[in-house]
Design a protein around this ligand. Structure first.
Ligand code: 5RP
Length: 241
C-alpha cells in the first residue's frame, strides 16, 4: 500500500507538460482545497470545471485511499460525476449541516467577495455554501481582481423576465438573457438566467441587497467572504483568508 504522499505524487504526474496553465492552476488549487477534507466529513460539492477537478480528486481518494465522505452536490452534473466516481450522495434534507463546501468562482476581489454562476448553478451553490461550516473556493490566478466587474448571473423566474430586466436597468445594469444552443438557458431549478453587467462593482454588498429585493429574482451570483480562497499559480498555491 503506497502512502498518501506517494499517491499524490502519482496523481501530480498526470499533469502533462502540454496541459495548459489555467487547467494546471485550477488543478493544484482543487488539490489544495481537497487536503482539508477528512474521513467522516460531510462535503458540499460545487459546479464547474474547477469543482469537477475537486470531485475527481475526492473520487480518487475514496476509491484508492479509503476516504469516507458523504456529499451534497450543487447541480445534477456534479451529482452525476460524483456518483460515477463512487462518492456517496445525499440530499440537503438528509444532511442539512455540512462540514465543508468546496467550489470554484468566476471572480474574486481583494475583499474576497465573489461572483459565481458562470455555470448557472449559483442558487444551489449559495444554499450549500451557507449550510457548510467552511466554504472553500479554488480558482486559477486569472480570477483574482481588485474590483469585481464580471456580469452578475441572476437566476430569475421565467414569468418575471421583463420586470426584473427593467429593475436591473434602473440599477444601472445591462441585462442579457443567457442562451444555450439557440434557446434560453434553463437552470436545474427550471428558471432562466439574466447576466447583468454593472461595470466595476464598487460596493458588492449593497448591490447584493438591492438585487435580492427584486421580486422574481431567485438568487444572484454575488457571494460574500468564503472561509478561504485557494489560488492556483504557476509557482504553487496561495491561500487567502
Ligand atoms: C458555476 C460556478 C463556477 O464555480 C464558476 O463558473 C467557475 O467555473 P470554472 O471552475 O469552470 O471556471 O459558479 O455556477
Amino acid at each position: 500500500m503506497r502512502t498518501r504522499e506517494r499517491q499524490e505524487d502519482v496523481c501530480m504526474e498526470s499533469f502533462s507538460i502540454d496541459e495548459n496553465t489555467v487547467r494546471y492552476e485550477k488543478r493544484i488549487a482543487a488539490e489544495s482545497a481537497v487536503r482539508l477534507v477528512e474521513s467522516g466529513m460531510d462535503v458540499g460539492l460545487g459546479t464547474g470545471s474547477t469543482a469537477e477537478l475537486v470531485i475527481k480528486r475526492l473520487g480518487y481518494l475514496v476509491k484508492h485511499e479509503g476516504l469516507e465522505i458523504r456529499a451534497v452536490a450543487t447541480s445534477k452534473r456534479s451529482e452525476r460525476l460524483a456518483h460515477q466516481l463512487g462518492i456517496e450522495i445525499k440530499t440537503l434534507d438528509e444532511l442539512p449541516e455540512l462540514d465543508i463546501c468546496i467550489d470554484g468562482a468566476d471572480q474574486v476581489d481583494s475583499k474576497l467577495n465573489l461572483i459565481k454562476g458562470g455555470g448557472g448553478a449559483h442558487t444551489r451553490e449559495k444554499i450549500v455554501a451557507s449550510s457548510s461550516n467552511r466554504f472553500i473556493v479554488c480558482v486559477d490566478e486569472r480570477k483574482i481582481v481588485p474590483t469585481l466587474r464580471r456580469a452578475v448571473p441572476i437566476e430569475v423566474l421565467s414569468f418575471a423576465k421583463a420586470p426584473v430586466s427593467a429593475r436591473i436597468r434602473d440599477l444601472g445594469g445591462t441585462p442579457v438573457l443567457r442562451m444555450q444552443e439557440g434557446t434560453q438557458f434553463v437552470t436545474d431549478n427550471g428558471n432562466i438566467i439574466i447576466d447583468a453587467d454593472f461595470g466595476a462593482i464598487k460596493n458588492p454588498e449593497e448591490l447584493a441587497v438591492l438585487l435580492s429585493q427584486i421580486p422574481g429574482v431567485v438568487e444572484h451570483g454575488i457571494f460574500m467572504r468564503p472561509t478561504e480562497v485557494h489560488v492556483g499559480e504557476r509557482k504553487g498555491v496561495r491561500i487567502l483568508s
